[in-house]
Structures are given as structure tokens and as C-alpha cells.
Design a protein around this ligand. Sequence first.
Ligand SMILES: Cc1ncc(COP(=O)(O)O)c(C=O)c1O
Length: 373
Amino acid sequence: MLDSYRKAISAGWSDQRFVELVEGLNSEVAEIAGHGFSITPLTRQPRLGASLGLEASLWVKDDTGNVGGSHKARHLFGTMLHLAVDENSSGSLAIASCGNAALAAAVVAKAARRPIQVFVPTWADRSITAALKELDAKVVTSKRTDSTVGDPTVEGMQRAVQKGATPFSVQGPFTPTALDGGRTIGWELAEQLALARVEGSVALFVQVGGGALAASAWQGLNDGIREQWLSADPVLNTVQTESSAPLNRAWRLLRETSEDRLEQAENARSNPTKFMWAWENVGSSKASGILDDVTYDWLPVVEAMLASGGRPHVIPESLVESGHRLAVDETQIAADHTGTAGLAALLDPTIAEDYSDSDHIVVFFTGRQREAT
Ligand SMILES: Cc1ncc(COP(=O)(O)O)c(C=O)c1O
């Protein structure tokens, strides 16, 4: 179901050649990361649900054990398949990231024997920059100055791309193919929910930084429903922190343009810069992976929320921290604060009240807790 597969077949590849590409690259990834890709666990979490006062069934999809310790390698492996099918792609790759995406990119780049430049902020964790160098990535530190609005690491990546590097990012506007592989988390979820005989209302609460996770997980889940693996009514809710909440701002402004959801979606598409721009004063948060100042993939995310009846949630730092504590204590999954931020929104009791015992709520634990240095 990957777009890269369809592209390969229409370029004259055989099915077997594509399968060999995937398997070959995956075994290189396994050599480097200790393991390759596999379906990650989805578990029902009645204790955690009860601690949150939920009557609905709560499900956690745990991607903390995925390649590189997060879901990000799903996006990047998918993009690497596109680059391999294109055949004319060579030279250096470039990505802007402070953590999980950078590590995943470095693993996949090394597996494909491609050089990579990683643009990181000055505050990037030393253990991550050291791990990147171990993986042979070229680490470039980009400084935020008082006069710049927007992410200096993204500007660094764009400059490298102007000089000929290939964008290898986890954001649709820079690397549209990133959303292709990202759908695998939604495909797995659709299959796993069906195997667990889940039907009816399934509400996702997804932590949003650049938005590619929410956009592609949503697409994947809906692919599974379209393919009739699963019969469910999905609803997309998103979660950002007070430190950077451009998606919620866009949502608020859009809602002012019309009473009608279809018209709101149309307004977003026809005039995107009126609704989405860089958050001026990005604060700090333990959920540092979702501090993007722009929700790059906001359009498909907003359209999904409008179409499904979901909405964005903005949580204070106190919930980021208590949600993380509760998540780790109740599930024993060693997720980081970014990875549990979707769940943290459910600590707001007014959300729990909206769901009854016939409903299902799904959260993604996306990032593994790393040792601090
Ligand atoms: C662990 C983790 N979860 C979720 C996200 C959010 O994903 P996206 O930026 O695609 O919204 C990130 C992004 O860095 C992350 O590192």
C-alpha cells in the first residue's frame, strides 16, 4: 500500500525487486540499530484509564521500542524507499531536528550509505549529538537570534537543500514522501483494533509538533477503514503545550471565518498563511519534541479534525509532567514526556466526561525516555 511501491511498479520494477529493497534496507537498519522494523504493540490499559476517570476503553500504541526509539523512522524509511526507487538521488541528505527524528534519520541514512547533515539547536541534548556523530552524521548547530522568527535549524536545512542536499525531513512541506511511511502506524492500529474486535467510536489523542505524525496516522487508520479491515468511526484530537500552540491558534481563527465546517476547511486551503505562522515566543517544555513553532502539516490535520468532529487541545506544563508520571507508573512503558503528551490531555476531567463505556480512546507513546547526560 506504500506510494513508493506503486511508483516502483509503474517504473517497471518487479514486486520481488521492491521486496528485496525493503528487506535489504531493513537488515542494514537492524545491523545498525540492533533490530529492524516490526509491528509495535497495542495494549488496552484499564488501570491507566481508571486513574484518569475514563469510562471509555483506553488503548496505548507503544512505539518507544521502534527503530531509533520513536515512530520517526517510519517516516524516514518510507522516504528512503522513494529515494531508492527514484534511482537518480545521490549526495548528502539534510534534516532539521533536535532529537528523535535526527537519530532515526541518521540510522536510515547510514543503512542506505548516504551522508547526512543534521541541523540541531544549541540546546540539543549532548547524548543525542554524540549518538549522531557515532552514526557518522554531520552535526551542524544553528543558533536562534533575537531577530529571527522561525526555526533556525529549519533555515539551515533549507540552505543546505539550496546547495544541492536532498531534504530528508519528517515534515510534509519539505519532504512530502515522509507521510507515506508514517501511515504504517495507522495501518497497524487499524489491524490491531480489528483483531481486538473494536468497533464504533475511536477517538485518537495525538501529540502534535510538526503535525506529520497526526496527519499520517490518521490517513493510515482511514486507509484501514476504507479497506474494511476495521469498522469504526474515528475522531482526531490533537495535543500541543502552552509553550507552542500554533495549531490551536489556526483552529480558533478558522472557526471565526464561518459556522460551516466545509467552508472552514476551504478557507484554510485557500489562504493558509492567514492561519498558520511561526509561534512568536516558543517557551520551554519537557515535551520538547512538540515545540515546533510551525505546525508544518497542519492542513491535513485541521481537515481531519473538522471532518471527524475532533479538536485541538492545549495543555499546561503541569499536565505534561503529571501525565508523564501517571503513564510511566501505570504502564511501565519507558516513554518520554513528548511521547506521553497525547495522554496528558486526558487528565482534564471535562474530556473524560465526553466519552462513555462504549467508546474507545487511543494514544501513541512515541518516544523512548533517554538517559540524560
Ligand atoms: C516522541 C515524539 N512524539 C511525537 C512527535 C510529534 O510528531 P510531529 O512532529 O510529526 O507532530 C515528535 C516530534 O518530534 C516526537 O519526537
